[in-house]
Design a protein around this ligand. Structure first.
Ligand SMILES: C[S@@+](CC[C@H](N)C(=O)[O-])C[C@H]1O[C@@H](n2cnc3c(N)ncnc32)[C@H](O)[C@@H]1O
Length: 308
């Protein structure tokens, strides 16, 4: 089960786009897609996910919508080409619901969670790239420390990396949690000591931040004038990328403040719909604790009639 996060707010962000074509670029089990197809009259949708298990489930869950929905396994950084494959050159709405789904976290064989003892794979697409276990067993101590620090903001990255190298070969999630537990200073924090290292490995293995940067660019290319783009992020590293990207592309000038006369010739492509980031209500968090860190940002591609 995956409960779609900020569902009402996402649907509201697409309100009025009747007859529109949508791209759900992180389809998961299709929860948001289902609501879009139900609530936006005459809408159709292209669903993309890297994970073949998610694609299969979404195909089943959305089967009743027939040819209103097209689903494909792929990376959202390729969304322009994927849409073209379905003869869509521009679309009315795009959703990016970043991170991973409950189905993936709760899968006891994929290594996303420190709650189960399993092989440490962590790839969304199990056929591409290198798995977490290969990273842990083959990277230098300093490379591992950098990954934990950069993608997990783990302050004790160096000592953890050192312990990993000494304890090789690492085989399972529990091997890793034990090493982390034994190498970190004991603290009273309620957060599991393995949280940051697991986040860092997942982000690194799936190249998540690079994908977010590229995916945002591609989405703007695919979005029609007047179309809307909604992005849900779950941690500060990805939210910062989204926030800065939206800010930069909503400005007519990106020259340094010290320059008196504009020299950049930049022009705004989007306008921000919500000035303040949208977060789940207490009720939603109680019903779905996994939504607690979600942040929704919505923009509109500036209609051509309003461009300067
Ligand atoms: C938070 S879940 C989406 C849940 C979905 N909105 C729902 O309601 O069921 C994020 C999904 O994005 C997928 N994903 C992550 N990175 C991706 C990428 N670069 N391209 C395509 N899908 C990606 C993951 O496999 C996961 O299924």
């Amino acid at each position: 089960m995956h409960i779609p996060v900020l569902l009402t707010e996402v649907i509201t962000s697409f309100e009025g786009l009747n007859n529109g074509v949508f791209v759900d670029a992180t389809l998961g089990m299709g929860g948001h897609s289902q609501a879009i197809l139900e609530k936006i009259p005459n809408s159709s949708l292209i669903g993309i996910d890297l994970d073949s298990d998610a694609v299969l489930l979404a195909q089943q869950n959305l089967a009743s919508f027939g040819n209103r929905v097209n689903i494909t396994q792929g990376n959202y950084v390729d969304m322009v080409q994927i849409a073209r494959n379905f003869n869509k050159f521009h679309v009315d709405g795009i959703l990016l619901d970043l991170g991973l789904s409950s189905m993936q976290i709760d899968d006891k064989q994929r290594g996303f969670s420190f709650r189960f003892d399993s092989e440490l794979d962590m790839r969304f697409d199990k056929t591409k790239g290198i798995s977490a276990i290969e990273v842990l067993n083959s990277f230098d101590e300093s490379e591992l420390a950098d990954i934990f620090y950069k993608y997990g903001e783990e302050r004790e990255s160096r000592i953890i990396a050192k312990s990993i190298v000494i304890s090789r070969p690492i085989k399972t999630t529990y091997d890793l949690t034990e090493i982390i537990y034994n190498s970190k200073r004991k603290s009273k924090s309620k957060i599991n000591p393995s949280t940051k290292v697991f986040q860092a490995l997942r982000i690194y293995v799936n190249q998540e931040l690079r994908n977010v940067e590229k995916g945002l660019e591609e989405a703007l290319k695919l979005l029609k004038f007047g179309g809307r783009f909604s992005v849900i992020s779950y941690h500060s590293l990805e939210d910062r990328i989204v926030k800065n990207f939206f800010k930069k592309n909503s400005l007519d000038c990106i020259c340094s403040p010290s320059i008196i006369e504009c020299q950049c010739q930049h022009s705004a492509l989007i306008r921000r719909i919500n000035k303040k980031v949208i977060q789940p209500t207490e009720k939603e968090i109680n019903n779905n604790p996994r939504s607690r860190s979600a942040k929704l940002r919505i923009v509109q591609r500036i209609p051509i009639s309003e461009q300067v």
